[in-house]
Each structure stands twice: as C-alpha cells, then as structure tokens.
Write a protein that binds this ligand. Structure first.
Ligand SMILES: Cc1ncc(C[n+]2csc(CCOP(=O)(O)OP(=O)(O)O)c2C)c(N)n1
Ligand SMILES: [Mg+2]
Length: 900
C-alpha cells in the first residue's frame, strides 16, 4: 500500500526481530481473528503513547466513548433535580413553538433540534459556562441558531423573560417579541453572537478564541479566564466554513476553545450520513487536524453490555452499523432492535436477554446521558495545548414522542396535538405539574415555572450564581475606553500630496500607520489583511507594528537585514491572516465587537482585495451587522478599470451595490486622500464617541495622481455624500453638472476642460462620496412626505444640492456599475445620465478599459452633450459630431453583452 510506503525507507536495524513481531501478529489473526488483532494493536499504541514513543497518531478509534467508565469523574450535582429542571425547560421550549404556530400560522420555529441537545446545553449552563458578573467578561457561547427556544425557555425559568415574551416568539415587529434566532441587532441585551447562517458561528468561534489570545498577549485585556464554546449541528459541518479553519486553533494551541457537535445523525431533509458514520468521519477530520476529540456515543447502560463483550461482537456491531440503521433503531420497537441489532449473532442476543423490549428501546445515547456529558465537558476544560471537540450522539426530537423522534420530517415539525403533548408530559414526568384539564382541547398548553423559594428554583439560580450570572447576556460595560485620536495622524493626509502622485491606497496606508502611532488610540487599532499587504504597500508596517504570531518568531526571516523585514511577534499588532477572507472577517467581527464582549473597544481596519469582500464573504459582513460590529472595511484595488490587467475575476465594479443592501454599512467611494481621511475620522467619531454600531466601507484605488489639499469648508459635504468640488468656468453658453466618484475624477476633470474648450459648455464638478447615503436621506424625506400629505413637503438633500435645473443636466461618472449613481436618479429633476462599468471586467490598460466601458473623457463629453440635447439646449447633430470627433463607433458592442 502506498500509504505505508514510507516504512521501506526507514532503516531496519534488526530484521529478525521485525520478523518475530510480524509473525506474532499473523498468528493472532489466524488463531483469534481480526477483532483480537485490532485490540492488541490498540493496546500497543496506547503503551507507545505512554512511553512517549512518538508513533503517529491514529485518526480514528472504535465506535465507543473516548472516556471509559472508570475514568469518569465524580458528579458533584444533584442529577434528579437537574433532570427535573431540564424537563421544565424542554416543556416550555416546545410549548412556545407550538403556541406561536397556533396564533400565527406559518410563523415557524423548531422543536426537534433543542429536544436533541437539551442536555448538551444544560450540563454547560449548570456546571461550565461562566457569566459576566465577576467583571472578567466570562465565556462566549455560540448556540445553534434554531435551538433558540431552549435558551428562551431557560431564561424564562430564571425570570429573565416573561410569559408574554415567550408568546411573542417570532412576532417581533411590535418590539416585545423574541427573535427567531440569536440576533444581537434585534435583542441587544440578550444575544451576543448570531449563528443561524450555518458555518459562520463555528468559524467565528475559532477566530474569537484566537482574538482573546491576541488581546491577552498584547496585554490589552486579561482573557485567561474565558473560554469560547460553540455548538454545531452535524449537518452544519458540511458547510465549508465550518471545518475550513480547523488547523488554526491547533497551530495556536487554543485550549480556550471547545466545540460540541450535536450528532443527532439528521439534518433538515434526512440522515447526515445514512450510509456512513458522521461521528467517525468527524473524529478522523478533527484528530487529523490535531484537536482533542471526545466521543460521547453511548449512555451508561451500554457500559454493562460492553463489559460483557468478551469476543468483541458488540463492538463489531457498533463499528459496522451505519447511521441510517441507527436512525432506524431510534424509531423502532425494542423487539425490532433485539431482532436486528442484537439478533443476528447468538452471543449478542444472549447479552441482552435479561433486558425487556422497553429497556432495549430506551438504552440511551451518550448525548442524553448527563454524567457522560459532564465527564466530557470536564475533560475539555482540563485540556491544555489544543482545542477540544465533543462529538455527542443524540436523537433528533428526543422525548417528543414516536411521531417526532428520529423521523425524517422531524426538523420541520412545529405543531403537536393534545395527544402528543400528553405523551411529552409523561416522558418528562410532569403529570402532577400539568393537570389533565390544562391540556383539554381548545385550552392553551401552559408554561410551567418553579416558585421562587422552591428547591428547584434555588438550585437553578444558585448554579448560575456560582458561575457568575446568567447567559446569554449582552452587556456593554466599557472597562477601558479609548479616546478620539489627535489631529496629527490626519493632518499629513489632509494636506495633500504636493507634487507627488499617490493613490488613495497609499494615503490610507500612511493614515493607518499614523493611527497606529497615535498615543491615545494607536494600541487599539487592529490592522487585518489576508495575504495582500504587499499589494497595498502595507508591508511597510510589518517591522514597526509586527505581525501577531502566537509563538513569536522562531526563525530568522530571509529579509532580516532589510529595514522593513517580515517581523512576527507574540505581541504583534497586525493580523496577517493568510489567504482567508472569511477568517479575516471572523477576526474583524471579534475585534469590532470587543467593545461589547470584553468591554474593551478596538478599532479594526480590514483591508482586502475589493472583489473578494462583499462578493465573497457577504454573509459574514451581514452577520457582522447583526453582531453590532464597529469597524472599517477597506475595499482596495477597487474599480473595474482602475485595477488594470487583472480582468474578469478581479475588477470590482459592483461591491458598492452589494454594500447598498446592508442596512448598517456606510458605503463610501472617495476620490481624494483628504476625503478618505475625513470619512475615517468621521467614522471613528461615530464608533467611539457616538457609540453607533456601524461599519464603514471605503473603496481604495491604486491609481496615482496628485492629491489636492482639503479645500475649506467641505467636511460636511464629504460626509453628507455630495459636495461641489469645482465651479463651472465662466464664459461658455451652456451649463451642465458632472458628478464623479473615486478615480472617475480624472475623466470628469478632463471632460470639464474639454467641454469648455471645444463645446461651449461650462460644467460644475461635484464629488459624490456616497450615493448610498444620499439615497437613504432621500428615501427618508420621501417617506415623511408620504405619511404627512397635508404638510409642506420636504426636499431630499440631493435634489436641493443639484437645484431645480440651473446647473443643467447631470452626468454621473463612476468606475462602478451605473446602478451606483442610479440610486439617486429619481430625485434629480434634470436629465440624468449615468456612465459606469456594467458587465464583466477584462484585462487591459486603464486607458483602453475606460474607453471600452465608455467612462473616459470623450464619453463624458458625449454624455453631457446628449443630456443637453434632451433639453433642446444643443442639436442632436452636435452630439453626432462629437461622437465622430472622438472616433467612437456607435455600432460597437455594448460592453454588457456576453451572450454572443
Ligand atoms: C447557510 C444555511 N443554509 C441553510 C440553512 C437552513 N437550515 C436550518 S437548520 C438546517 C438543518 C440543520 O441540520 P443540523 O446542522 O444537523 O442541525 P440539527 O437541527 O440536526 O441539530 C438547515 C439546512 C441555514 N440556516 N443556513
Ligand atoms: Mg443534525
């Protein structure tokens, strides 16, 4: 076998001894079979590990619990009491979904997910998850999004949520209901981490744990007492984001990270791996990556059977039964299990002859065995040097009765009949709590709660008190605030570039360096870059601020002798993430929400290749909005023609449109360095002083031109999204208005000069820094007018600024799609002509690309003349003359056409 080919390259110092060992193995297989041989091999490996022989780690172990019964610790709590509390939580979680769907048909919700994972959460809440009341910020909990009813149900028992709120599950527009899933944007005092878009929570949790170390190693916050717990669905692991960053926490030894994978063997449609075994598959992946893996497969009653398993037949059956069959056993009778699982082999059948059918049916899975879970969690918290994953086997819909448990449709069941509720009541031993008449037809099933002063209530509250308070809980309690930076970092950039030609990217890098040096705020700036620093000229920051590396720099870099060498350090400030925009976004979110989860505001600047931002990791950005992130996203190499040469997959002409869909993203397209610096200063003020949970997205270009100094009095114009940059020259007969943004300033300025020189048109130049902002202001004015029909109407800002026509028709030129300026077209009273870069990019020179996309000077001129022709100001023949003059082929193919 190729996989073992390496052995032949190792020196064999004693071939006859080797032969003896191999012969012994052959003899065992012949005499006692493969099961025995496997056992001996496992024993040898165990001994090798004990002797620290350093043999390669095995990636999979048999289908049994990782922690044997004899190594289980003593359980310090009262299991019966906890089971009773859990029964109440289970009941309320089901009832809130059922009631919501009774009162608001089609409102949705999930019963089965939490039913499968109730014990996984409870053991954590009762014994492990640390709250925030000790002032050290506690643990971070990433809860499976659609298990939210369970979290609400516990909060209800703790008195943190009222019955009315439970009744308002998924009915939140009146402001009192509970959100469907964990959404800090909607329930900012409760939820901390949005998780329901599958895969994002797991990836975020890794970078969160890493960011805690970053804060600690940089001596910004003591995070040694905090752990990150992430609950993951076994179906969710198919999202590439879920398993995409497993090696990072191993490399960085993040023993502050614990994942719990709820292996109920089912996803939405059916089995996760009907023909295989998801737990085994995951074990191999996690072990291979270097995680500490704890499998919790079987409940305690199986231990007795395993002890009787002298021939290994039970183990063999466990190993060879696929998940599709296990799911079947979950829905079948004890007789069926006896027949099919234990039946075929007489030794197995004998092993369970003392058990009744009912006992066989209810032999529990590990994920429903509280002691097994306690052991696993305890081991996870004692692990050092590596992250832990607990793979817990459960039944989807557990305790919800035979119509729901393990059924393929279980995920989407949200209603239960009175009879089904009775079954649930019996399963949870709640008969005396919920009398028969409470379940009568037509009655509302009740929520149940422990009286204050009862033993159960006391226990529940005491456990949380011992663990520093209830969770989840989102509090913004600033421990160490940061002040606005001084003016100095900005001054250099606002002053312009003199005679030097620079890009907005270069100016930004300069500003970022200055901000990092700022005495008040510098330490809290977090520059984040996915392997693109050299592209943006940010490699200049490596030496001064250093790249964060958990283990420091253990080698001498190849460029050590250079002034700007590649410098890694344990307290490095820069997060150079490698090629992962998703991971960088996860770091961004961790840093941008640090003001809340740690009470320590940080200021992240995540700079990326603009094409790989909103397009590639849009869902992460969406979740950053939900998380109430505060930070800056910089789309560098922006524009469809400015980034010459790169072509279709790189030239970004649409991120501003994608950004326009994000409610709490401010999207900016600055043309000049002083605009960029003004916007960033404004953004910092919003985040630090006004405490607004907002993300600012700025495009940065790589075209060099002289950056003018900031003119007097334009600051508010920059921030409102549009300001007059240059007056029309005196003299020409016709008037027009040209709006530009970003690098389109070049074509606009050249167009202005040409229009005046050759076509008798004087054009004002305006810089449109944010069409999104203008549009939102206009929408607000329009809405006000719609709802106040008898009052004098408000005029949108963009309409006011561009006037009632005295400035002539409006041409808007951009290196982005026409849809970007079109955002305000409705509110411009005069003819409006957008010039933009619709269609796929191509590789070529800037000049040719701008000609191709019809956004260069000649097209600005033709566009302006055509707009004037619409108004009867110039003749159509003049437009045709200009087209001919600039050698534009009117029959040329539309750059948007790709279906030829
Ligand atoms: C990105 C994404 N795709 C699809 C969904 C819809 N969805 C919600 S739950 C679910 C099934 C989840 O299965 P699993 O992860 O096994 O969780 P379980 O409910 O079994 O614990 C799906 C497909 C989603 N929430 N997010
Ligand atoms: Mg599942």
């Amino acid at each position: 076998m190729i996989i073992d080919g390496f052995v032949h390259q190792l020196p064999d110092t004693d071939p006859s001894e080797t032969r003896e060992w191999l012969d012994s193995l052959d003899a065992v297989v012949d005499a006692h079979g493969k099961t025995r041989a496997r056992f001996l091999m496992s024993k040898l490996l165990e001994r090798a590990r004990e002797l620290q022989v350093g043999s390669p780690a095995t990636v999979s172990t048999p289908y049994v619990n990782t922690i044997p019964r004899e190594q289980e610790p003593w359980f310090p709590g009262d299991e019966d009491l906890e089971r009773r509390i859990r029964a109440y939580i289970r009941w309320n979680a089901a009832v809130m979904v059922i009631k919501a769907n009774k009162h608001a048909e089609g409102i949705g919700g999930h019963l089965s997910t939490f039913a499968s994972s109730a014990a996984l959460y409870d053991v954590g809440f009762n014994w492990f998850f640390r709250g925030k009341e000790d002032g050290l910020a506690g643990d971070a909990l990433y809860i499976q999004g659609h298990a939210a009813p369970g979290t609400y149900a516990r909060a209800y028992l703790e008195g943190r949520i009222t019955e009315e709120q439970l009744d308002g599950f998924r009915q939140e527009t009146d402001g009192t209901g509970l959100s469907s899933y964990p959404h800090p944007r909607l329930m900012p005092d409760f939820w901390e981490y949005p998780t329901v878009s599958m895969g994002l929570g797991p990836l975020n949790s890794i970078y969160h744990a890493r960011f805690l170390r970053y804060l600690h190693n940089r001596k910004i916050d003591d995070t040694s007492g905090s752990r990150v717990w992430c609950f993951v669905g076994d179906g969710e692991v198919d999202e590439p984001e879920t398993l995409g960053a497993l090696s990072l926490p191993v490399r960085e030894q993040l023993d502050n990270l614990v994942w719990v994978v709820n292996c109920n063997l089912q996803r939405l449609d059916g089995p996760v791996r009907g023909n295989g075994k998801i737990i085994q598959e995951l074990e191999a992946i996690f072990r291979g990556a270097g995680w500490n893996v704890i499998k919790v497969i079987w409940g305690g009653k199986w231990d007795e059977l395993l002890m009787k398993d002298r021939d290994g037949v039970l183990l063999n059956k466990m190993n060879t039964t696929v998940d599709g069959e296990f799911q079947r056993y979950a829905v079948e009778s004890g007789a069926y299990i006896r027949e099919h699982f234990f039946g075929p082999d007489p030794r197995l059948r004998k092993m369970v002859e003392h058990l009744s059918d009912d006992e066989l049916r209810t032999l529990p899975r590990g994920g429903h065995d509280y002691r097994k879970l306690y052991s696993a969690y305890k081991a996870a918290t004692e692990q050092t040097g590596a992250p832990t994953v607990i793979l817990a086997k459960t039944i989807k819909g557990w305790t919800l009765g035979p119509d729901v448990e393990g059924r393929n449709a279980t995920h989407q069941i949200k209603k239960m009949t009175v009879d089904q509720l009775r079954v649930l009541r019996e399963r949870l031993y709640l008969q005396e709590v919920i009398p028969e008449d409470a379940l009568a037809d037509g009655k509302e099933p009740p929520y149940i709660r422990f009286q204050e002063g009862s033993i159960e209530h006391g226990y529940l509250m005491d456990r949380r008190k011992a663990l520093d308070g209830s969770l989840p809980s989102r509090v913004v309690r600033t421990k160490r605030a940061i002040a606005m930076p001084e003016d100095k970092p900005f001054a250099e950039v606002l002053a312009g570039s003199g005679k030097q030609e620079v890009s907005t990217t270069m100016a930004f890098t300069r500003l970022l360096r200055n901000l990092c040096r700022d005495p008040k705020l510098g330490h809290r700036v977090v520059p984040i870059i996915p392997d693109e620093a050299r592209t943006f000229g940010m490699d200049a920051l490596f030496k001064e601020f250093k790249i964060y590396a958990a283990q420091g720099q253990v080698y001498e870099p190849v460029d050590a002798q250079l002034l700007l060498s590649y410098t890694e350090a344990k307290d490095g400030q820069i997060l150079e993430e490698g090629i992962t925009e998703a991971g960088s976004m996860a770091s961004f979110i961790a840093a941008a929400t640090s003001y809340a989860h740690r009470g320590v505001p940080m200021l992240p600047f995540f700079t990326f290749y603009s094409m790989f931002g909103f397009q590639r990791v849009g869902d992460f950005i969406w979740s950053a909005n939900d998380s109430r992130a505060r930070g800056f996203l910089l789309g560098a190499t922006a524009g469809r023609t400015t980034l010459l040469g790169e072509g279709l997959q790189h030239q970004d002409g649409h991120s501003l449109i994608l950004a326009s869909a994000h409610p709490t993203v401010e999207a900016w397209d600055p043309a000049f360095a002083y605009e960029m610096a003004t916007i960033i200063r404004h953004g910092i003020r919003e985040m630090l002083v006004d405490e607004r949970d907002v993300i600012h997205y700025l495009t940065l270009y790589n075209e060099n031109y002289v950056m003018p100094p900031m003119p007097e009095g334009v600051e508010s114009g920059i921030i409102q999204g549009l300001y007059r940059w240059a007056e029309a020259p005196d003299g020409p007969r016709h008037r027009a208005t040209i709006l530009f943004s970003g690098t389109a300033q070049g074509a606009a300025r050249a167009g202005q000069a040409e229009l005046a020189d050759r076509w008798d048109v004087g054009a004002d130049l305006w810089s449109a820094t944010s069409y999104k902002r203008l549009r939102e202001e206009a929408l607000a004015a329009e809405r006000w007018n719609r709802l106040h029909p008898t009052e004098p109407p408000r005029t949108p800002l963009v309409t006011q600024l561009l006037g009632a026509g005295e400035g002539g028709p409006v041409v808007a030129v951009t290196d982005f799609m026409k849809a970007v300026p079109d955002q305000v077209a409705r509110w411009v009273r005069q003819p409006f002509v957008p010039l933009g870069t619709d269609g796929f990019g191509r590789s070529d020179t800037r000049e040719k690309l701008r000609q191709f996309f019809e956004i260069d000077m000649p097209h600005v001129v033709v566009g302006t003349l055509w707009a004037l022709a619409q108004q009867g100001e110039v003749k159509a023949e003049t437009v045709a003359e200009a087209i001919a003059h600039y050698d534009i082929d009117p029959e040329r193919t539309d750059p948007r056409q790709f279906d030829l």
